[in-house]
Design a protein around this ligand. Structure first.
Ligand code: ZN
Length: 464
């Protein structure tokens, strides 16, 4: 590859093989101006000053579901404490970590996480943010104190942030009082709306960042709260919620309302394409069809759902219903597009005892279908439009073609080879709004960030 430039007013790039919305194209000349794609032409020659992208060039993905602070405990809950370890015993450990995190810790963790996301090929992150208050559970002078740490971390890393401040008021269906472990999360509807306003002001000068609306779960909010929040905030923002992740949640919702969680949300609030239903693991056929027909996004987190033993999302049936989905790394037990998409497909194969499950009639290549669907769903859930097309933000990445399975492949095999046969990280270069943030696998801040992150892990996890 020739020397790669940082953001310039206008720059052309030449890729021998690039994934466009219409599919793979050869000899693509890409023009970026002021952070946007202004021209994408196929079957061209490079211009004299074009930067040559020597590997397969792909749009980057939006990671639609993140709890940044949970990265500090990734892989630290894999010891059996009792025969019935479950999501709920994992949550007990998470609550203990929460009691220790300062604002500085939160920023350090998020900065390292976002650098690692960029290195994995994610250039936008949907940050489902519920850690609002101080260690004693009191409000900070600025309600957005902890949100501001995430904004600073995103700015330092260069990733785009879709900030999703979470309304979390209760510990169970029907407005049950919160428990002590939840003290840092809790807001009233009024304090949530004030927090949301502060976040909007903090984000207004950052062109990469977006703002959304977020309810922790149907356990954590009541119908009047949802109604009030939606009536008071912009009608164009994405809306995220955890839903139907665990069978216990479904049973509790049935006991409370006589309806299943997604059924309740569909009937009582109404699903639209603004919604991102995170997990949506346990759903019946009517609920599946309700999500698909509303064009809401199912926010799948395959590695976290596998780690927590949540269950297997019925993705084959959802694809047949033309449902929209994207992926998130959630608890960050893995930061790999490959591992998310591979786990999603393999879960379906293991359940069905069949191969090649997630394809569509118009896209029979599993890898290409997985990548294109994750791109579209991530875009919708995070309020961005990634893809190598005129008018979109110039976010893209280049795979390492020195790997023989990539370098020797014809384009129709590249995504399948990468997603099913490569375990090394092959994301070599990443651009965000035309800025070269990952250069030959490296981020300019990674050494400083890594050292600070190690100190926080030792302090928070091991009191060292
Ligand atoms: Zn989550």
């Amino acid at each position: 590859m020739t020397q790669l430039a940082d953001f310039q007013t206008q720059q052309t790039y030449f890729s021998p093989a690039a994934l466009l919305p219409s599919g793979w194209a050869s000899n693509v000349l890409i023009t970026v101006r002021n952070g946007l794609f202004t021209d994408v032409q196929t079957d061209q020659l490079p211009l004299q000053d074009s930067i040559i992208l020597s590997g397969p060039t792909l749009p980057s993905l939006a990671n639609l579901h993140s709890h940044a602070f949970q990265r500090v405990m990734a892989g630290a809950a894999e010891v059996s404490l009792n025969p019935n370890d479950s999501f709920w015993s994992w949550r007990d450990l998470m609550y203990k970590i929460v009691q220790k995190l300062t604002p500085d810790d939160a920023q350090i963790i998020a900065k390292q996480l976002y650098i690692d996301m960029l290195k994995a090929g994610y250039t936008q992150v949907g940050e489902f943010h519920y850690l609002h208050h101080n260690i004693g559970g009191q409000q900070y002078d600025q309600l957005s104190e902890m949100s501001n740490q995430l904004i600073a971390a995103a700015n330092a890393s260069g990733i785009g942030l879709t900030l999703l401040p979470v309304l979390y008021s209760h510990s169970g269906f029907g407005g049950q009082a919160p428990n002590a472990g939840q003290a840092r999360f809790i807001n009233s509807t009024d304090s949530y709306l004030s927090l949301h306003q502060e976040c909007a002001e903090a984000l207004q000068d950052h062109s990469l960042h977006k703002l959304g609306i977020c309810f922790h779960s149907l356990r954590a909010v009541t119908k009047p709260q949802i109604d009030t929040v939606l009536a008071n905030l912009s009608t164009s923002m994405p809306i995220h919620i955890h839903i139907a992740e665990q069978q216990k949640e479904v049973q509790d919702c049935l006991a409370w309302s006589g309806q299943r969680p997604i059924e309740w949300l569909h009937n009582e609030i109404g699903l639209t394409d603004r919604w991102c239903l995170v997990h949506a693991t346990h759903l019946d056929k009517n609920e599946l069809n309700a999500i698909a027909s509303s064009q809401a996004v199912a926010g799948l987190c395959p590695t976290t759902e596998a780690n927590l033993g949540d269950g297997i999302f019925p993705a084959v049936e959802f694809e047949k219903a033309n449902g929209r989905w994207g992926v998130g790394s959630d608890s960050h037990v893995s930061l790999s597009i490959v591992e998310e998409l591979r786990t999603l497909e393999y879960g379906q194969r293991l359940r069905d005892q069949q191969r090649n499950r997630l394809y569509r009639p118009e896209q029979t290549s599993v890898g290409d279908n997985l990548y294109q669907q994750a791109l579209l769903g991530g875009n919708q859930a995070c309020g961005v439009s990634f893809g190598l097309a005129v008018g979109n933000r110039a976010d893209f990445m280049v795979l390492d073609d020195s790997h023989p399975l990539i370098g020797a492949s014809q384009t129709q095999d590249v995504l399948n080879r990468w997603l099913f046969a490569c375990n090394e990280n092959l994301v070599r270069d990443v651009f965000v709004a035309g800025k070269h943030v990952i250069n030959n696998f490296h981020h300019i801040e990674e050494e400083n960030s890594r050292q600070a992150f190690i100190r926080v892990i030792k302090k928070v996890m091991y009191d060292a």
